[in-house]
Structure formats: structure tokens, C-alpha cells
Design a protein around this ligand. Structure first.
Ligand code: UGA
Length: 434
């Protein structure tokens, strides 16, 4: 099948590459000429493990193309995926201007039947708005379907080639058949495709992300309570997660959830609820708890240093919002850096993958080290903000030599409790004994 993808951000690029890998001819459209030129020359504009190989393979096989010309791509395709940004506005609602602008262009440019697929995370009712926008520009037959994306950053290739399910919201039988054909390589291997109406599909995406945000936040509160009563959250987590109604995943406590999805989607669902006179109490609580959870270790650091951290030199391991990505959107590291700087601390950070993005944002407000051990030179404490695998089994003796004071504040529970303690470190993690 010939498919156009409009928008080559994270979701668009991964979707386009995956659909090419499944044997389709895919035309990726973006307004950014420099980016398109780069992609034509094999440059992957995002960091994502294993993506480059698949991307290059499909360019070489002439199944993956890039252009700035929407009309040219549209003329070749029966199916058009919209993978455009929906940034949160001031009030938390998703800004649909990019989506609706392209819908308008499609209406003006199309010359035959199209299935327009909303891949971006969009509020309930967006398929109807896209339909109205296109209808206002054309009398040619078309359908709009909702097909939310569930992949995780850092595991995009794995998730997109082996999704837990494909959700398609469509009220048209013709569009349903076309979507079933696109995803047949998945359904053939037993991956379910779940058809529903457009609104239910749109809400499924928000409900899934919000539920996971609630699950993490619930565990963060249990962790905080563990500290109060002297319980160990690692044990509680294992005990709870073994019940397969609960499951082990997304039960890891830490310094809150970040990234481009959970914070934005929780906010957007609260706002949609408000617009419909519906009060999402559990999501409001989740958002509030997460904001304080992100910076929960700063007060611990202050307490440790007797209330004053002015002039303290703190190493930060990890800047990305989670491991295996260079993404720093809503990263807990940033909230902690801002607060620690405000309180007069000095920060030396290490994160080879996300460093460039933080430099663009913070410049020389903090300094950067080339290795995790260099970051520790002469520091009073280590703060771990991201669970990069290289931090899992460090050389504690070398760390002790480099640091001028042996204190670790671990926002990601990287080590068994006793390991740093046996090496003489003060070790504060989340939901475990100090
Ligand atoms: C999330 C969802 O997991 C994807 O299914 C969804 O498609 C995506 O959002 C999206 O809407 O595009 P992502 O933001 O890439 O994916 O990252 P996650 O792996 O879900 O992690 C989100 C945040 O939760 C991170 O800050 C992570 O550190 C935190 N987290 C995750 C925890 O604190 N504890 C956990 O047990 C799991």
C-alpha cells in the first residue's frame, strides 16, 4: 500500500519506518527542509536505539521517501497518517492548530478517496473536527479514523514491531478494511486489532497513559509511606506485583514521571474533563503528587547538610527523563537542577546522550563531565536522576576516592540498599531505609 505520513517527529518517523518495514511504500512529509534533506541522506533526526538500521534498510529498499511536498505525497497515497505535534496550551488543553491546518490542506489538495488517520494523541472529538475541516474544502469521499500510538521512547522499534494491540476507531467499514489490511502482518502473528468508534479510540490513548501515571504515582506514595513506617518498598512492590491483576510493570518508585506524554496527557484529560463539566479527581491528585515527588530528594539533601546547601558541589548522574533517550522534556533532572541552583548549590552533570539538549536549555549554568567518574571529582554528594544502565554497578571505591564527601541521593533506586552502605556511603533512595 502507498502511505503518506505528515510530520516526522518521534511518532511520525517511527510509524513511517515501521510501515515501510511491513512492506508499504511510505512518503514522509515535513515542512522542515533541512530535516527532510538530512533524512534523504540517511540522517535519523532522533536518538532511538535500533531505529537507524531499520530506517537505512528501508531507504535503500526504496520503500521510505521524504519530501516537503504534501500534494506530491498525497497524490501517490490512499492513506494519510497525521503525526503532528499537539502541544499543551497554557490551560493544559491540546493545541490542534497543526492537525487542523494539515486537514485543511488535505481537503484542498485531494483528488480521490483518502483515509485520514489520526496518529497523534488528540482529545476526544478530534476525528469529528478533522472530518468537518476536510469536508469544508472538498466534496470528494474520504474517511477519518483514530489509530493511537502506544510506543515508548527508548523501545520504539521493539514496541512498534510488536505492539500489545492495535486500536482503530472508525465508523466506516471501507476505512476499517483498509486499516485491517495495513496491520495484517501484525494480526497474522496474533497481535489483536481492536475496532471501536473514533471517540472511544481517542479516549483509550488518554486513559492508558493516565492510568500508568496513576499507577506510578500510587507506588510513589506507597514508597513515601514505607519510609515513614520503616517498610521497604522493593519488598512491597514485589509482593504486590506478583498478583497478575496488578503486574510488576510500572510499579517502580522514583522521582516522578516525566517525558513528553504522561504529564501532557494527564493535564489534557483533566482539562477535557473540565470542559465537559467532569471532575477528574484522581488525575488532579496524581498531578499534584507527581510535582512534589520530582523534587522530594532536595529536602533530603538539605536535611543531610544541616539545612544549608549553599556552595555544595553536587554531581548529577543522568539528565534524560528516563534511560535510553536523549529526551529531557519534563525531566525530573531539570526540576532538581533549578531548585538546587536556587539554593546555591553547584552542579556538575553527566549524561552523554542528553547533555546536548540540556546545554541548549541551561548553557553554562551547570557544568558537564565526560565520564560518570569525572563528574564526581571533589563533590559533596551524588544525585542520580536517570536510570542509565551504566550506573547500575559502579566502582564504589573509585567513587569514594573522587568525592570529597560520600553521600548518594538516588532518585531511581539503582543499587541494593546494602551495597553503597557497606562501602561507607550515606545512601538515600526512595521508599527504603537510609
Ligand atoms: C509513554 C507510554 O508508556 C507509552 O505507551 C506511550 O505511547 C507514550 O508515553 C506516548 O504517549 O507517546 P514514554 O513517555 O516514552 O511512554 O515513557 P515511559 O517508559 O512510559 O516512562 C514515562 C515516565 O514514567 C518516565 O519518567 C519514567 O521514568 C517513569 N516511570 C516509569 C516510573 O517512574 N516508574 C515506572 O515504573 C515506570
Amino acid at each position: 500500500m502507498n502511505i503518506t505520513i505528515v510530520g516526522t517527529g518521534y511518532v511520525g518517523l517511527v510509524t513511517g519506518t515501521t510501515l515501510a518495514e511491513l512492506g508499504n511504500s511510505v512518503y514522509c512529509v515535513d515542512i522542515d527542509e533541512k530535516k527532510v534533506e538530512g533524512m534523504k541522506n540517511g540522517i535519523v533526526p532522533i536518538y532511538e536505539p535500533n531505529l537507524e538500521e531499520m530506517f537505512l534498510r528501508n531507504i535503500q529498499s526504496e520503500r521510505l521517501f521524504f519530501t516537503t511536498n504534501l500534494k506530491e505525497a498525497l497524490d501517490k497515497s490512499e492513506v494519510v497518517y497525521l503525526a503532528l505535534p499537539t502541544p499543551p496550551g497554557e490551560d493544559g488543553s491540546a493545541d490542534l492548530s497543526y492537525v487542523l491546518k494539515v486537514a485543511n490542506d488535505i481537503g484542498e489538495m485531494m483528488t480521490d478517496y483518502k483515509v485520514v488517520v489520526n496518529k497523534s494523541t488528540v482529545p476526544v472529538g478530534t476525528a469529528d473536527r478533522v472530518r468537518e475541516t476536510i469536508s469544508s474544502k472538498t466534496t470528494i469521499d474520504f474517511d477519518v479514523v483514530s489509530n493511537p500510538e502506544f510506543l515508548r521512547e527508548g523501545f520504539a522499534v521493539e514496541d512498534s514491531m510488536n505492539p500489545a494491540r492495535v486500536v482503530v476507531g472508525s465508523s466506516s467499514e471501507k476505512a476499517k478494511d483498509i486499516m485491517a489490511k495495513i496491520y495484517q502482518p501484525f494480526t497474522n502473528t496474533g497481535i489483536p486489532i481492536i475496532f471501536m468508534d473514533e471517540k472511544s479510540s481517542e479516549l483509550t490513548k488518554y486513559a492508558a497513559n493516565s492510568f500508568l501515571a496513576v499507577k506510578i504515582t500510587f507506588m510513589n506514595e506507597i514508597a513515601n509511606y514505607c519510609e515513614k513506617v520503616g517498610a521497604d518498598v522493593d519488598k512491597v512492590r514485589l509482593g504486590m506485583g506478583s498478583d497478575d491483576r496488578i503486574g510488576h510493570r510500572f510499579l517502580f518508585p522514583g522521582i516522578g514521571y516525566g517525558g513528553s506524554c504522561f504529564p501532557k496527557d494527564v493535564k489534557a484529560l483533566i482539562k477535557s474533563g473540565k470542559d465537559d463539566h467532569f471532575d477528574f479527581q484522581i488525575l488532579q491528585a496524581t498531578e499534584k503528587v507527581n510535582i512534589s515527588q520530582k523534587i522530594i530528594l532536595v529536602s533530603e539533601i538539605e536535611k543531610y547538610f544541616g539545612g544549608n546547601i549553599k556552595g555544595k558541589k553536587i554531581a548529577m548522574w543522568g539528565l534524560a527523563f528516563k534511560a535510553n533517550t536523549d529526551d529531557i522534556r519534563e525531566a525530573s533532572s531539570l526540576d532538581n537542577i533549578a531548585l538546587l541552583l536556587e539554593k546555591g548549590a553547584e552542579i556538575i552533570a553527566y549524561d552523554l546522550i542528553a547533555e546536548e539538549n540540556v546545554k541548549k536549555l541551561l548553557g553554562d549554568k551547570i557544568s558537564y563531565a565526560n565520564t560518570m567518574y569525572d563528574a564526581l571529582e571533589g563533590t559533596d554528594a551524588l544525585f542520580i536522576a536517570t536510570e542509565w544502565p551504566e550506573f547500575k554497578n559502579p566502582n564504589f571505591d573509585l567513587m569514594a576516592k573522587k568525592m570529597r564527601n560520600k553521600a548518594i541521593f538516588d532518585g531511581r533506586n539503582m543499587f541494593p540498599l546494602e551495597v553503597p552502605q557497606q562501602k561507607g556511603f550515606f545512601y538515600k533512595s526512595i521508599g527504603r531505609k537510609t
